[in-house]
Design a protein around this ligand. Structure first.
Ligand code: SF4
Ligand code: SF4
Length: 381
């Protein structure tokens, strides 16, 4: 596959972001750390704060977290917490971002995260948005809207700035613009074969919540422009959709295996994928209500029932002409692991083969996963 110059640009922007944030802090700007898609960026930005994501995708800090947390907690939570408690003091390369954060904005999602957030309060001021977990009822929307108003108040208190309707509308427009750029990039992946690999797209997705919005948009425009110019010779490779847990920055393990075994990833039904941009915020409604309506619909496995996730998987599989789905879960992520059954049933009914892979951030199962992916690719071919 072609090497895209814009990916180097994104990497450089990512590296430069730390000093950009350090400068912002000197001017008094507040920095908010987040771990989840349910936290609306628009409110953070409208309050004049900046935001970085703190989700851990590296294996190095998992063992540090295990001194505090049980081993049977998902690696994303352990890696994140390990980075935070380590904070560069033990020789393991760790999260240089955490020390720059004035407040963590957390959310009540899965049990592991909820409990980790309780411990986080000892290290940094932590604000928790309470999510209703039966999202389809009108009461849930009302409750979530109330939570978003409280969150807006917390951001106003943190920054000393009032969040105005005009500012919110501006931020919604800006975030929708980014979402539309991702749609455009994904649209190009519908080609057969797609002109960009899944691993390349994933690296951009992983950085989206770390780059500034302006840099992200600029990078996406550059990338789209480059991808549009690629001329690919036809050679059919099995078109794979990954569905399941997020793949936080540093974790490209399974996508790399899939693409090294002859498949090509054309979509990710994941928080490092379509869940992050698929739905836009309605720009014609009251901005707070529009945000509540958009964010409560995120089809995360912490929601029950979560049938809209199944509908979305089937829709994506059709749109991206997927040959097979790799259902990707992290060890001890009970929500996504349990939902596997329903997803498998739905895909079976639709005639789409699925391979389930449950793994961690380590490399002890690389060979075994490789063999299973090999056999899956052979079957699809
Ligand atoms: S999987 Fe759920 S809890 Fe995790 S980042 Fe996505 S929305 Fe948040
Ligand atoms: S991967 Fe699963 S267990 Fe881990 S933080 Fe996300 S939802 Fe929670």
């Amino acid at each position: 596959m072609k090497r895209f110059k814009s990916l180097d640009y994104i990497k450089n922007s990512y590296n430069a972001r730390i000093s950009q944030i350090a400068k912002e802090r000197k001017t008094g700007k507040k920095i908010v750390g987040t771990f989840c898609l349910f936290v609306p960026d628009e409110i953070i930005f409208a309050a004049g704060a900046d935001r970085i994501i703190l989700c851990g995708g590296k294996n190095e800090t998992v063992s540090i977290a295990e001194q505090y947390l049980p081993r049977n907690v998902c690696p994303l939570v352990k890696s994140s917490f390990g980075s935070i408690v380590n904070n560069g003091c033990s020789g393991v390369k760790s999260c240089s971002h955490f020390g720059m954060v004035d407040m963590v904005v957390a959310e009540n999602t899965c049990d592991s995260k909820k409990k980790m957030y309780e411990l986080l309060g000892d290290y940094v001021p932590t604000y928790v948005i309470d999510l209703p977990q039966r999202p389809d009822s009108p009461e849930a929307l009302k409750y979530f809207l109330g939570e978003l108003y409280k969150f807006k108040g917390a951001m106003e208190q943190l920054t000393g700035n009032k969040v105005t309707i005009e500012q919110l509308k501006k931020e919604i427009e800006s975030s929708n613009e980014t979402r539309k750029l991702f749609h455009k990039l994904y649209g190009l992946r519908k080609m057969d074969p797609p002109p960009i690999s899944g691993v390349d797209v994933l690296k951009v997705l992983q950085k989206q919540y770390f780059l500034s919005t302006d840099e992200l948009k600029k990078s996406l425009r550059m990338l789209i422009c480059e991808v549009e110019q690629v001329e690919v010779e036809w050679a059919h490779k099995p078109r794979i959709m990954i569905s399941g847990c997020p793949m936080a920055g540093g974790n490209t393990k399974v996508p790399e295996i899939i693409e090294s075994k002859g498949g090509v990833i054309v979509a990710e039904e994941s928080c490092t994928g379509t869940r992050s941009f698929w739905d836009l915020v309605d720009e014609d409604k009251d901005p707070m209500l529009a945000l509540a309506e958009r964010y409560i619909k995120i089809p995360c496995s912490c929601m029950s029932p979560n049938d809209r996730r199944i509908d979305n998987i089937l829709e994506l599989a059709r749109e991206f002409k997927v040959d097979g789905v790799v259902y990707y879960t992290l060890q001890f992520c009970h929500g996504y692991n349990i939902e596997r059954y329903k997803v498998q049933q739905a895909l079976k009914k639709a005639g789409i083969p699925m391979l389930a892979i449950e793994t961690d951030y380590g490399d002890s199962d690389l060979e075994q996963i490789g063999l299973r992916v090999d056999a899956f690719m052979e079957m699809l071919a």
